[in-house]
Structures are given as structure tokens and as C-alpha cells.
Design a protein around this ligand. Structure first.
Ligand code: HEM
Length: 524
């Protein structure tokens, strides 16, 4: 036995020397050549060295939850076109962003959008990278997002119902007094509101977050805990393909789960099947408009996910972060409250305020735009792919296949575009601007919703929610931050993940009129 082992050692050595080592060496050479070629392709685009040779630079920054800040810093250091990965560059030039997404642009959605696929093998409007199919799908969705389909149905009515429920929830459960302390985690309740708006206008009834006042199916908990993985995949989108394939797909949410995204899948399938049943009564909601425009069962199911995920946390972020800015900027807070009170005293405000009334309040409009500017709700790169033949961007040749991403946070905090006080929440900047400058600034903030052929379809819905919610909050309540040293915990992972935004809320002593109504919650 001993003799045999000893005899086999030289043979093993020989095998190692003649086959394994040369193979390893060849592999190493291939990797080095590949790395060199990938570095060489974009060598002329400035950026941090480690980012030019490996994706780990971005992964490491993403893991800090502050990728948006790191990207802003390097844009300031290197200019409008920066290399952030072996095949990835970052643009914070608004003209380049518009050019890439323009309706006739030959740029396409980049690898980043692989992470927008929710079910293995099924694309949705976000993840669909085939231009013709994306265009066809958007066309089918247009009438529903226009809000005009189905007589008597519009987004306004649904948002009004949910805004009223939201105000009632605060009034009945979370108003503190001298003898009672009832703090509220504002971000959580706002996301209950935005989810129920989506349920109401899309599926004909709210999910029930506001009426039950709890994180149904642990949706938020699971949403928040799944974002870090999505964040990493968004910096290395090829990972998404593996994560969605066997055996990893076994660990993905599935429709039989009782909680989280899996629960949403189960809901989506059974909801769509109910609506497609022969003889099902047509409803007055977006889903009906999707059905009427000929969307297939698979497309409808995917749309339930997109609607719920894309439409809820984004708007919840815009509302929460703007409230944070308002409460911590007393001059702005009081100016907005004065505008609301004056309009109410003159009988110019319905309850809830209508969209057109809100558009006539200049300070409110300034606050909404300034809030969006301070904290753009999406922080993902949203990379687009350079078309065949390459392109010249900011004077730099960029070869075909390169991924050009953006960072709205960097764009909105650019001192070059916004001035030396770009980091300050100052709604007055909108009122001081000339008409031309206002239009320019507004067009920059609108970029946060994407542009052209990829522009956010839900923008009118989000804007209507923003137009209503601040007025209804400020006309009724006073707000105090519970933890002045850390008012909120927020980090970015494609979207924002926020928690611990604790507020003490009390009824305004000088405006009693809104409380003379039935209590919806505690009194049943
Ligand atoms: C403040 C709130 C919101 C912001 C900032 C926002 C932002 C965005 C952005 C940046 C995109 C991607 C653009 C691109 O790919 O270049 C997008 C796409 C999309 N959003 Fe929104 N969104 C918001 C609210 C909503 C709402 C409320 C809904 C639906 C009810 C919605 C539905 C969609 C859909 C369906 C797409 C895919 C469009 C496509 O790929 O053609 N969004 N949004």
C-alpha cells in the first residue's frame, strides 16, 4: 500500500506539471488579456483606477448604502463622463441623458434592466430590453396611464379616498396630546398610503394597509431586506441571470409563499384570473383598461408586480423626504402653511384639495420640486447601452455595447447646475427664478422620472399624490421630530430604504374644522 502510494506520487507530480499547471497558466493569461482588453477599450475615459479594472469598486461602494454619494463625488472630481466599471460609465450631463432615451434614439435599455425581471423567463415593461416589444407593451398601457379610460374613473377619486383614510388614520390613532404620546413612524405609514393608492386605482380596491394599519404579509420587511441583494446585482447585472436560474431560482419568492413578494405573486395570479374569467363584470380601474387594450394574461400578471413595486416606494420616498426637509426648515414649513391657510380662508381649497387647485399654489409647487431635487426617489444606475458603431459622448468616443448609467442624486446636487447652495433645501430658488430658468430647472427635476421612450408611466399619478398629500397634512397637523440627532435612517439600494422616521403629531389648535367627523378607526 505504502509502496503503491509512493510510486503514484511521481505520476501525480507529472500530471500536475504536464496538464494542470499549463492549463492554469493559460487560464491566467486569458484572464489577463481579457482584463487588459476591457480596460483598454475605455482607457481614455477618466475615473478611479480600480473602477476601470473591476466591478468590485462599485460593489464595495454599493455595500455602504451610499453609492449615490460616491458617484456624486467622482462626477465632481472627473467631470460629466466618468468610468465606473470595466464596461460602465456614468453621465450626469442632462443633454446626454435626454439623447439616450429620446423616442428615436438607437440606444437601448442596458444590462441594468435585467435586475427588473421579477419572474424567471418573464419580462415586464421595466425589464423588457427588446425595443420593438417594449414599444408595443407601452402602447397597450398608454390608455390606462392616461386615466381617461372608463367613464367616471380617474386617478383623482382613488387618491382622494386614500388620502382621506390616511388623514383619518393619523387623526384617530397617532395624534399626541399633553397627556398622550403616540409617535408614528412616518415612512411606514406613508408607504401604506402609497400602496393603497396603487391598489385602489389599479385593482379596484386598496390592499388594506391603511385600514388594518399593519405591514400586511410582511411586505415592507421583505422588500427592505431584499434590496441589498438587488443593489449588488444592479452593479453586476450578469449576476441577475444566475440568481433567476436553477438552482438559485429555488430560493426566489414563489406564488405559494404566504409573505412578501411571493404573496404578491399569488395575489397577482389569482386576481388576474378572476378578472379574465368568462362573464367577469368589467370594473372601472387601470386593470380593466389594460384588459381592454389586449394585454395577455402573462403581461397582466407582470404588470401587477410593476405597478405595486414601481409605484409605491418611489412616491413614499418623495413624500417622506420632502416632509423631512420641510420639518427641518421652519421658514419653508411656515411659508407653505401660510399659503395653504390663506387659500383655505379664501375658499380656494376643496377637501381633499383638487389637482388643479394645488397647481395654483406656487409655494407648494416649489416645495414639491425642491423635495424631489434634494432626494431623487430612484438611485439605481438605469444604464442605457451604446448602439452599434459606438458614439461620441461629451467629445469622447464610446464603443458600442458600453453601459452608460446615471446618478440623479449627483445631477440634482450639482453646484454647477444649482449654485453654491445646491445641498440646501430652499424652495425659494424656484420663486426667484426667471420664467426661462424655472423651465430649465423643472426640466432637470423631471429627468428623475426618466425621459422619452422610457419615461415613467406613473408620473401623473405620483405628481397628483404629491399635490394632495402635503396640503392635507399641513392644514390639519403640527409635526415634531422625535430624534433630532438622527431624524431618519435612510440608505440607498436602487431605491431608498428608510426607517425610524419618528414623528410626534398633534392636531393644529388653530384649525379645528377638519376634526368634526366620524372616527373611522378606533370607533369602528
Ligand atoms: C416620485 C415617484 C416616481 C419616480 C421618481 C419614478 C421614477 C421612474 C424612473 C426613473 C423610471 C425609469 C426610467 C428609465 O428607465 O429611464 C420609471 C419607470 C417606470 N415607472 Fe416610475 N416613478 C415614480 C412613480 C411611479 C408610479 C406611481 C408608477 C405607477 C403607478 C410608476 C410606474 C412606472 C413604470 C410602469 C415604469 C416603466 C416605464 C418603461 O420602462 O417604459 N412609477 N419610473
Amino acid at each position: 500500500m505504502v509502496i503503491l502510494t509512493a510510486a503514484s506520487q511521481p505520476a501525480q507530480h507529472g500530471l500536475l506539471k504536464s496538464v494542470v499547471l499549463p492549463c492554469l497558466l493559460a487560464l491566467l493569461v486569458v484572464i489577463i488579456v481579457q482584463q487588459f482588453r476591457s480596460w483598454y477599450r475605455l482607457r481614455h475615459i477618466p475615473g478611479p483606477f480600480w473602477a476601470s479594472v473591476s466591478s468590485f469598486w462599485m460593489v464595495q461602494k454599493a455595500l455602504t448604502g451610499k453609492l449615490h454619494e460616491h458617484l456624486r463625488d467622482i462626477s465632481e472630481e472627473y467631470g460629466p463622463l466618468v468610468r465606473i466599471g470595466p464596461n460602465e460609465v456614468l453621465s450626469t450631463d442632462p443633454d446626454v441623458l435626454r439623447m439616450m432615451s429620446a423616442v428615436r434614439s438607437s440606444y437601448t435599455k442596458g444590462d441594468f434592466y435585467e435586475t427588473g425581471r421579477i419572474c424567471h423567463g418573464e419580462d415586464n415593461v421595466v425589464s423588457q430590453r427588446n425595443e420593438a416589444e417594449h414599444k408595443a407593451l407601452r402602447a397597450k398601457m398608454a390608455s390606462a396611464f392616461g386615466g381617461r379610460e372608463n367613464e367616471g374613473f380617474g386617478f383623482g377619486a382613488g387618491i382622494d379616498r386614500q388620502v382621506t383614510l390616511f388623514m383619518n388614520l393619523i387623526n384617530d390613532r397617532y395624534c399626541s396630546t399633553a397627556t398622550e404620546y403616540r409617535p408614528l413612524q412616518f415612512f411606514e405609514k406613508v408607504s401604506f398610503f402609497t400602496l393603497d393608492v396603487i391598489g385602489d386605482i389599479s385593482f379596484g380596491e386598496p390592499f388594506g394597509y391603511l385600514s388594518q394599519d399593519q405591514d400586511l404579509y410582511r411586505y415592507h420587511e421583505i422588500h427592505d431586506s431584499s434590496l441589498p441583494a438587488m443593489n449588488i446585482m444592479s452593479t453586476m447585472p450578469w449576476l441577475a441571470k444566475y440568481a433567476q436560474a436553477w438552482p438559485f431560482s429555488k430560493f426566489m419568492p414563489n406564488e405559494h409563499d404566504q409573505i412578501g413578494f411571493g404573496r404578491l405573486m399569488g395575489f397577482a395570479k389569482s386576481f388576474v384570473d378572476r378578472r379574465l374569467q368568462p362573464g367577469a363584470k368589467p370594473q372601472k380601474d387601470m386593470m380593466q383598461a389594460f384588459i381592454n387594450s389586449g394585454m395577455t394574461r402573462a403581461e397582466l400578471i407582470q404588470q401587477v408586480f410593476v405597478q405595486t413595486i414601481a409605484g409605491s416606494m418611489t412616491t413614499a420616498t418623495a413624500i417622506s423626504m420632502t416632509m423631512l426637509c420641510l420639518i427641518t426648515t421652519p421658514a419653508a414649513y411656515m411659508a407653505l402653511r401660510r399659503e395653504i391657510d390663506d387659500a383655505a380662508d379664501l375658499g380656494k381649497l376643496s377637501s381633499p384639495i383638487s389637482d388643479s387647485e394645488a397647481k395654483r399654489l406656487p409655494y407648494l409647487q416649489a416645495v414639491i420640486r425642491e423635495g424631489l431635487r434634494m432626494y431623487p426617489p430612484t438611485t439605481g444606475l438605469g444604464s442605457k447601452q451604446v448602439p452599434k458603431g459606438g458614439d461620441i459622448v461629451n467629445g469622447c468616443p464610446v464603443p458600442e455595447g458600453t453601459q452608460i448609467g446615471t446618478n440623479y442624486f449627483g445631477l440634482m446636487r450639482s453646484k454647477e447646475l444649482w449654485g453654491y447652495d445646491a445641498n440646501v433645501f430652499r424652495p425659494e430658488r424656484w420663486l426667484e427664478a426667471s420664467e426661462e430658468k424655472y423651465r430649465f430647472m423643472a426640466s432637470l427635476v423631471e429627468l428623475e422620472f426618466g425621459f422619452g421612450k422610457y419615461q415613467c408611466l406613473g408620473k401623473p399619478i405620483a405628481m397628483m399624490e404629491l399635490n394632495k398629500v402635503f396640503v392635507e397634512l399641513l392644514r390639519r397637523f403640527d409635526f415634531t421630530i422625535v430624534n433630532p440627532q438622527t431624524p431618519i435612517r435612510a440608505w440607498s439600494a436602487v431605491f431608498w430604504v428608510a426607517s425610524d422616521f419618528w414623528l410626534r403629531i398633534s392636531r393644529r389648535a388653530d384649525r379645528q374644522v377638519y376634526y368634526e367627523k366620524e372616527c373611522t378607526f378606533c370607533c369602528g
